[in-house]
Write a protein that binds this ligand. Sequence first.
Ligand SMILES: [Zn+2]
Length: 220
Amino acid sequence: MPRSALANHHNARFEQLAEELGAIARLFGSRGWTPATSSNFSVRLDGNHCAVTISGRDKTRLTADDLMVVNLAGEAVDGPTGARPSAEAGLHLSLYRRDPTVGAVLHTHAPNSVLTTRLAPDAEKISLQGYELLKAFAGVTSHDVTLDIPVIANSQDIDALAAAADRRLDAHEGICWTYLIRDHGAYAWGPDLASTLRHLEALDYLLGIELELSRHDRRT
Ligand SMILES: [Zn+2]
C-alpha cells in the first residue's frame, strides 16, 4: 500500500491522536509495561475505522508512522507499505464492534496483570472491592462496590481469544472496562483515550495493592 494512501486519514486529528498515543506509550515504557515491543494501542477514527499500532514497533518511540488505519473488519485501509497491524488487533476490533461508544483500547503486558493471574491460576475473575480508586472507572460513583475483572485464558488464536472475550463480556454483570488475559496482560477500553488510560492506571494500582496484600497474607 503506498505511503501516500495515508493522506485519507493522515490529517491534523490523526497527528494529534498519534501524539497522545506516543505520550502514553512513553509513560507505559517508563513503567516497564511494554517490554520487548509488546503491547498495542488503538483509537477509533470514525464508525468503521480505527488507528492501531503496527506490529513489532518499539512502543516507547511511537509516532504517527507507527500507526496504520484498519476498518473494523480488520482490513488495512491506510498505512506504510508492508505494514501489518499488531497481532492482537483482532481483540481491539472486537471491542469496537461490540460497543459503538468505545473510543480507545490500550493493552499492556504490565507485571501486575501477569502476576495477578499467575497467583490465581484457577480464577475466572478478580474481584476488587471497597477501594476509593474504583471511582476511576466510568460509572462507579462510590467506593462501596465490587468490580469483577474477567480473566480469560491466553491463546495464540486471536479469533478464538476475541470470541472468548466476547462471551465473557456478554455474560458479565455490572461495570466492565478491563479484562485480564492469563499469563499475558491487561486490556482496557473507554469512550476516549483519557478515560481508557485512567481505567488501565486504576486497574494496575488496585492489582498492585492486592498483590502486596497477598504477600503480607502469605507471611502471616
Ligand atoms: Zn499482548
